[in-house]
Design a protein around this ligand. Structure first.
Ligand code: ADP
Length: 574
C-alpha cells in the first residue's frame, strides 16, 4: 500500500480538481436518477388522467434533468480528461528527470525493452489512477448518500434495503472480483514486458537470429508470451462479465425487495402511494450506474501498484553522480592530473583500474594503449563521471572533477567513442544536440571541417533509425562535427576509429588530428596506428601503467607495446 500512497502523493496537486470531477460525476448520476424519477412520476400520474396542469412540474423536471445530465457528463469528461493528461505529462517529466542522472551506471542491469515498457506502458497505466481508481468510489459513495437521503425521507425500510444492496455492490462484488482476478493484471503486464523485450531483441538482432538459425525459437518465445497474455485477458473478460452480471442482479434484487416490502403498505393505504412506488423503483435502478466500474477499480489498484513498484525500483536508485551543492566553474587552465586512481565495478572482485597515475599538460596529445580489458574505457567513464572512483582522483586545472557541475564538465570534454549514436532525426537535430543555439552557418562549417561538405545542403535529411542511412565513416564524422560545435578544450577519442575500414580510418584520423590541434587530447586505443604523433604514450595492462614514453622509446624496449605493435603489423602484413 506504501507504493499506492506514494503514487497518490504524486497526483496531490490535482486533488481538488479530482474532487470537483468526482462531484460533477455524482451530479451526472444524480441527474440520471432525477430524470428517471420525474419520468416515472409523469407516466404513472398520466395513467390516472389528471388535468394537464398537474403534470407541469414533472415535465419541467424531465427537461431540466435531461439537459443537466448531458451538460454535467460533458463537464465531467472535460475535467477528468484534462486532469488525466496533466497527470500523464507530469509523470513523464518526473520520470525523465529522475532517470537521466541514473544513466548509464544504474541502468545497465535493465534490458532496454523492459525500460521502454516502464517508460511507456507503466506510466500510461498510472494515468488511470484518477479516472479508474480515485474518482469512481467517491462518486459511488455520494450516490449512496443521496439515495439514503431520498428514500429515507419516504420509507426507512426502503432506505435500509438500498443501503444493503449498495454495500454489496460497492464492497462485496469488488472484493469477490479482487479474489477471482488476483494476479491477472500484473500477469498481463509481465507478459507484455516480456513481449516487448523479445520484440526489441528481434528488431535489433534479426540479422544474428537469421544467421544462427535462432529465429524460429525466438518467434516461438514471443508466441508463448502472447498466448500467456491472451489467456489472462480471456480470464479477465470472463470476470468482468461476471461482475457486471452480479451488479445487474443486485440492482434487480434491490428493486424486487423494495417492491415486496412496500406493496403491502400501499395496498393497505398505510404509507405510500402507487406513483411514489414507481418513482422509487426507477430511482433505485438508476442509482446502480456508478457501481459498475468499481470492480475494475480494484484491478487498477493492483496494476497501478505493480507499475508504481517498477517505476520506483528505478527511481529509488541513488544516482552514481550527484552535482555538488556549490559547483566551482570549469577552469580556463586545463592541466590534467590523475592520481592513484583505482576502480572496481560493482559486483566485480578484480580492479578495472589499479592505482593509476599520469598527467597531461594543456595542449598535449597523449595516447593510452593496451589490450582489450586493460581498463582503457573505464578511464573515459571516470573522466565523464559516468562512474566515480572511491580511491584516487582526477584533477583538472588543480581541482578534483567532483567539484564541477557534471554537465559543465561534460560540456568541456568532447568525447568520440567507438560507436556514435544517431537519433532517428534529421542531420540538423543530431548536430544541434551538441550546440542547441548553433546557426545553419555553424552547422555547415562543422560538417565541412568534419569532411562531410556534401551534407551541408542536406541538413533536414532524415538519418534513418540509428543513423542507418549513413555509413560507419559518416556516422563518426557526424560525431566529429558535433565536437567541433561543442568547442570543448579537452578531447577524448575512445576507440573512435576502431569500427572503420582501413581507408576510412586513415581519413577520419587525419580529420581528428587536424581538429585536435591546440587542444588537450587523450586517445584511447588498442590499435597502434600513427603513434609517432603523440607526445607521450601510456601502456595499460590489467588496470596498471606498465610502460610509458614516446613511440620510438617504447619500440626500443622489449615490452608489451612492442609486442602489440609487432603482432598488429605482422597480422596486417600477413
Ligand atoms: P578496455 O576498454 O581496455 O577494453 P574496460 O575498461 O572496458 O577495458 O574494462 C576493464 C575491466 O572492467 C574488464 O575486465 C571488464 O570486463 C570490466 N568491466 C567493464 N565494464 C564493466 C561493467 N559495466 N561491469 C563490470 N565489469 C566491467
Amino acid at each position: 500500500m506504501k507504493t499506492f500512497f506514494r503514487l497518490v502523493a504524486l497526483v496531490k496537486p490535482y486533488l481538488w480538481w479530482m474532487a470537483l470531477a468526482a462531484f460533477i460525476g455524482f451530479a451526472t448520476t444524480g441527474s440520471g436518477i432525477g430524470l428517471l424519477m420525474t419520468s416515472a412520476y409523469i407516466i404513472a400520474k398520466a395513467a390516472l388522467q389528471p388535468p394537464m396542469v398537474a403534470l407541469q412540474v414533472g415535465i419541467a423536471g424531465v427537461r431540466f434533468f435531461g439537459l443537466a445530465r448531458g451538460a454535467f457528463r460533458y463537464a465531467e469528461r472535460l475535467i477528468s480528461h484534462n486532469i488525466t493528461f496533466k497527470i500523464l505529462a507530469k509523470l513523464r517529466l518526473w520520470f525523465y528527470d529522475a532517470i537521466e542522472p541514473l544513466a548509464p551506471a544504474r541502468l545497465m542491469h535493465f534490458k532496454s525493452g523492459d525500460l521502454l515498457q516502464r517508460v511507456v506502458d507503466d506510466i500510461q497505466s498510472l494515468e488511470n489512477i484518477y479516472t479508474r481508481v480515485l474518482g469512481p468510489p467517491l462518486t459511488a459513495l455520494l450516490v449512496t448518500a443521496l439515495m439514503w437521503f431520498l428514500l429515507g425521507s419516504y420509507s426507512v425500510s426502503a432506505a435500509m434495503i438500498i443501503l444493503c444492496f449498495h454495500t454489496l455492490a460497492g464492497i462485496g462484488v469488488p472484493i469477490l472480483t479482487m479474489q477471482l482476478s488476483r494476479g491477472i493484471s500484473v500477469g498481463i503486464m509481465k507478459h507484455k514486458a516480456e513481449e516487448q523485450v523479445l520484440a526489441l531483441d528481434l528488431i535489433q538482432g534479426i540479422g544474428e537470429l537469421q544467421l544462427y538459425g535462432n529465429l524460429p525459437a525466438h518467434l516461438a518465445a514471443m508466441q508463448s508470451a502472447e498466448t500467456g497474455k491472451l489467456q489472462l485477458q480471456r480470464k479477465n473478460a470472463v470476470i468482468e462479465g461476471l461482475h457486471e452480471s452480479l451488479t445487474g442482479l443486485l440492482m434487480n434484487g434491490a428493486v424486487i425487495t423494495i417492491l415486496w416490502t412496500l406493496i403491502p403498505s400501499i395496498s393497505s393505504g398505510a404509507t405510500a402511494n402507487g406513483i411514489a412506488l414507481s418513482v422509487i423503483t426507477l430511482a433505485v435502478m438508476a442509482s446502480f450506474e456508478p457501481f459498475l466500474p468499481l470492480p475494475s477499480t480494484i484491478k487498477h489498484i493492483e496494476a497501478d501498484q505493480h507499475a508504481g513498484e517498477r517505476l520506483f525500483e528505478i527511481l529509488d536508485a541513488k544516482p552514481e553522480t550527484i552535482a555538488p551543492a556549490n559547483p566551482i566553474p570549469f577552469p580556463s587552465e586545463h592541466a590534467i592530473q590523475v592520481k592513484r586512481l583505482s576502480f572496481t565495478y560493482p559486483g566485480s572482485t578484480a580492479k578495472a583500474l589499479d592505482s593509476l597515475s599520469f598527467s597531461v599538460l594543456p595542449g598535449e596529445h597523449i595516447a593510452i594503449v593496451g589490450p582489450s580489458g586493460a581498463g582503457k574505457s573505464t578511464i573515459t567513464a571516470l573522466f565523464m563521471r559516468f562512474w566515480n572512483s572511491r580511491e584516487g582522483c582526477i584533477n583538472i586545472g588543480g581541482h578534483n572533477i567532483t567539484l564541477f557541475d557534471p554537465e559543465e564538465l561534460r560540456r568541456n570534454i568532447a568525447l568520440v567513442s567507438q560507436k556514435t549514436y544517431l537519433f532517428a532525426e534529421t542531420i540538423r537535430e543530431n548536430l544541434t544536440l551538441a550546440a542547441p543555439g548553433a546557426t545553419d552557418d555553424d552547422l555547415k562549417k562543422a560538417l565541412t571541417a568534419a569532411g562531410l561538405s556534401h551534407f551541408a545542403s542536406k541538413l533536414d535529411e532524415w538519418c534513418g533509425q540509428h543513423g542507418m542511412k549513413l555509413s560507419g565513416g559518416e556516422r563518426q564524422r557526424i560525431a566529429i562535427a558535433r565536437i567541433l560545435l561543442q568547442r570543448a578544450p579537452i578531447m577524448i577519442l575512445d576507440e573512435a576509429t576502431a569500427n572503420l575500414d582501413g581507408i576510412t580510418e586513415k581519413e577520419v584520423t587525419e580529420t581528428l588530428t587536424a581538429i585536435s590541434a591546440g587542444k588537450t587530447l587523450i586517445t584511447i586505443t588498442h590499435r597502434l596506428k600513427a603513434m609517432e604523433k603523440y607526445h607521450r604514450i601510456f601502456v595499460l595492462e590489467k588496470g596498471k601503467i606498465v610502460e610509458q614514453g614516446v613511440h620510438s622509446e617504447l619500440m626500443a624496449g622489449n615490452g608489451l607495446y612492442r609486442r602489440m605493435w609487432e603482432l598488429q603489423h605482422m597480422t596486417e602484413l600477413g
